[in-house]
Design a protein around this ligand. Structure first.
Ligand code: COA
Length: 278
């Protein structure tokens, strides 16, 4: 069967799924059927059951979504990893059975929440973090930021408002770095975001090796106290964001949100928005 052509406006598809949406027994049963050897070995290595559950739910979610999107059954999707650990879906010789030739995905999981992003063209990076992590790591995180970002964070005193600033920057930086395949292996002070006080990215200074790409960024707060960010490259001005909530047992209509145009120039201006869809 020939793959369907890639037509229509580009869609950035997101699945936001808390661990609690999948009962532990069901997650374990699906994992036993769907996960590959690498995933099973990774799951077995966790010291704490809570961490294993997080891993298992996120990978069951991943395989389910890849099946819905690509037409490859959950247990048959072959996932390979770059030298830096970034996972990719291996395309069968004849192409993907559903939805066009290309597919890129990125996964993030933290504190019982899972976020998966899928695009059919170009690259995607996502990151999700919980605000209520005490002061765990906030000061260390800030030290990795660019000077102008540190200055912006330091405009507010310790407390929730500062934590929000730190995590808004952190999720955006991780999403960008993950889209590029670097993970945490990137110098986080080599690029910078300029954020609106309440919402929205006002500017983006890319690192020197990445001046030509048209990045778009979206900030989300899918449930109160959980911050997420998405980074995608897109030249398509009609690009839309499709957000789905919960485990995708069946196909469901997404919530559709616009993605603002990618602005030009090294300090990209109004190319981001913050959505609070729930
Ligand atoms: C990926 C990384 C950013 C994880 O950060 P985190 O905030 O703890 O985790 P998140 O939940 O947001 O993301 C984890 C997911 O990102 C994906 N991922 C892993 N490496 C990635 C990379 N280099 N780029 C993009 N995504 C990556 C994986 O799906 C991973 O989930 P999994 O381990 O369950 O499959 C971090 O572990 C990292 O930098 N890894 C790279 C390590 C490296 O450079 N290795 C060199 C070769 S040994």
């Amino acid at each position: 069967m020939r793959p369907a052509p890639e037509t229509g406006p580009e869609a950035v598809k997101l699945w936001f799924c808390p661990n609690d949406d999948l009962a532990p027994g069901i997650a374990a049963t699906l994992a036993a059927q769907w996960l590959d050897e690498h995933e099973r070995e990774s799951a077995a290595q966790f010291l704490f059951e809570r961490d294993r559950r997080q891993y298992v739910v996120s990978h069951v979610l991943l395989r389910r979504v890849l099946a819905l999107e690509s037409g490859i059954p959950e247990s048959e999707a072959v996932i390979w990893r770059s030298s830096r650990g970034r996972p990719f879906l291996q395309k069968p010789a004849g192409g993907l059975p559903r939805g066009g030739r290309e597919l890129d995905f990125n996964l993030s999981h933290a504190g019982g929440q899972n976020l998966l992003g899928v695009v059919r063209r170009n690259r995607i990076g996502v990151d999700v973090e919980r605000l209520d992590r005490g002061d765990q790591g906030f000061d260390i995180i800030v030290k990795t930021f660019a000077p102008e970002e540190r200055e912006w964070v330091d405009q507010v005193g310790p407390g929730r408002a500062r934590d929000v600033r730190v995590l808004r920057l952190w999720t955006l930086k991780e999403a960008y770095s993950k889209a590029r395949g670097f993970g945490l292996g990137m110098a986080f002070d080599a690029f910078a975001f300029r954020l609106g006080d309440d919402r929205g990215v006002l500017g983006f200074r890319p690192p020197d090796d990445d001046l030509s790409r048209r990045w778009r960024f979206v900030e989300l707060e899918p449930v109160p106290g959980v911050l997420a960010a998405v980074a995608v490259v897109s030249d398509d001005d009609e690009t839309v964001l499709e957000l789905r909530h919960g485990f995708p047992w069946a196909r469901s209509a997404p919530q559709r949100l616009p993605i603002p145009r990618a602005p030009a120039g090294p300090h990209q201006a109004p190319g981001t928005q913050r959505n609070t869809p729930f």
